[in-house]
Design a protein around this ligand. Sequence first.
Ligand SMILES: C[S@@+](CC[C@H](N)C(=O)[O-])C[C@H]1O[C@@H](n2cnc3c(N)ncnc32)[C@H](O)[C@@H]1O
Length: 632
Amino acid sequence: MSGTDLLGQFDGLNEHQLRRLLVEHLTKQKLGLYWEASAIERDRALNADVVLPRLAEVFPPPPPGEGRGEGAPLDTPPHRNLIIEGDNFDALRLLRATHRAKVRVIYIDPPYNTGNKDWVYNDRYVGANDRWRHSQWLEFLYRRLTLARDLLTPDGVILVSINDENRARLELLMDEVFPGRRLGSITWRTRQGSNADQQCFLSVDHEHVLVYGNAGFSFNGFNKSYEMYGNPDNDPRGDWRTSDLTLGFSYKERPNLYYPLLDPKTAIAYPPNPDRVWVYASQARLKEGQTVQAKTMEAFIELGQILFPTEQRVATWPTLDALLAAIDAGDVPKSGKTPLLRRDLPNLAFWVGRPVGFGRPQFKRYKADLRNQTQPLSSWVVPSFEEGSYEAESSFVSSTNQEGARMVAEIFGDRAFNYAKPLSLIKNLLQQATRPGDTILDFFAGSGTTGQAVLELNAEDGGQRKFILCSSTEATKKEPGKNLCRDVCAERLRRVIAGYGSKPAYTPEQGGEFAYLQLDKVEAADAHHEVDLEHAFQMLALKRLGAVLPVPEGAIKRLGRVGDCELLLCGKVKAATLKELAVWPAQSGAARLAVYTLRPQTLAEKLAARGVEANCYSLMDAVLGGQAGSAA
Ligand SMILES: C[S@@+](CC[C@H](N)C(=O)[O-])C[C@H]1O[C@@H](n2cnc3c(N)ncnc32)[C@H](O)[C@@H]1O
């Protein structure tokens, strides 16, 4: 929008209205992110139409004789994995009506707005010099994130990939959409080595994944490794390992934890480390009434949990001078290279005339006392090229962007898509964030890496995760026939499911299937005339079963069974249909009928007159419900 257009907005306002606007402007909350939502070119995807799903393809295709139009068998398995073609603003509005609070994990990798032909807005790429570039991008994401927010389960999480340059902007936007839900961010290495071409002071080799979760969410964590645990002394409390008995504070910072440790059995004294005091407080030093979180050192000694050295050098200095001479000669107990007795330390006289141990007491840590999970680290993604050089317990391995490109090339035989994320990154994120029955949504699906990750994860742990992928066609004025969703995203999944290279195929039982949906839009006022039975059938299938299935022939269209209830759809009910409905419970063995129809009241009465009890619902209310409020 130009400056003249902007000024034009105020032409019709009187002085009072202008004053009010000014006050509003001056008192508006400004802490946080601000972007010029009203100045930018309008996002043409924003609309208030009703979105209706149309089934365009099922994969694998049905065997001959079972296709659409020839009457799908009654028990055609529903397709739970979905690929939705179109602008994700529409796809998200549809999902808000069908999947509200049903998606456990959303992963997205939106266009980063680099100015490098990575983002199509209103049919054209947004260039680096576009005046409203950042505002357009923020408003574009804001609109979609606010829709996506409603899809998350109460324990759901959204994970968002972003580059270093745009991370701060996006994080503030996420704070706005998901207030108080920030759980942190994860860094991962996108490349190996530095990029000599980059015109900046730092060669950027990392990206972020922002994590925003609802209250009930937590990562799965990593199973601890118990390799170090054993029971050489047949301790009745089970396996144990030794661990450090000190804490990273100096004697000046924590004077109460700096005290001589005495082995009551041998009377040998152990000097504390002036740079790392004891972890546990001494009973002798507690003030009256003072309690401690863990047990005291004396209590642990009593329990046999402090391991005093059995073989060590023990020295006794008869006088203070002898001790000082030993200190000067460096002949005193040490921790590593740190001498534990020094001239400047307090109460040196304590060490005179008593046996002093040169070994270090240790703590006996029992396996039974451990939590068996560790939380992942925010720098948890260990690059594959450095695997083995990290403590891997709280990390996992992800490859670089090269893996994403290589995998696309392997599946397609060429570089069909340039921005694919490494499969290992998404798979490991999902492995941490999902449970085996979860629904996972990616509404910037690109080449469909998330779909492949879900299939692989299910194959590894026998899970039944489902994916919903949304992708635009990326058609522009210059390339009107381009269809990224059909030809790259869905095609990748077709090839992965069929098995590519040396990779095995996936059966439908293993989740190797999907339904491909296109979206039709009708104006809300015309919806009652324009919604056809195919739209209605898929809409109801999505709402009631979370899946789609080929539309059966015939006047009564069976959606499936929920519990002991048959779900049926009939448009207009003629005499023959009524007859068929009346015998349906007996023939199907169902206890109840739920029928979606145009005149529910009339149908319920007619069925009741025939002795059939059925819950009849308004077809149009069920189809159109949930889309109100989706106006742009
Ligand atoms: C960075 S790519 C995602 C790549 C993906 N993670 C992968 O591994 O293949 C972003 C994708 O978002 C798609 N996209 C951009 N705007 C969209 C919109 N409004 N609706 C749906 N998809 C969109 C682009 O076509 C692009 O493929």
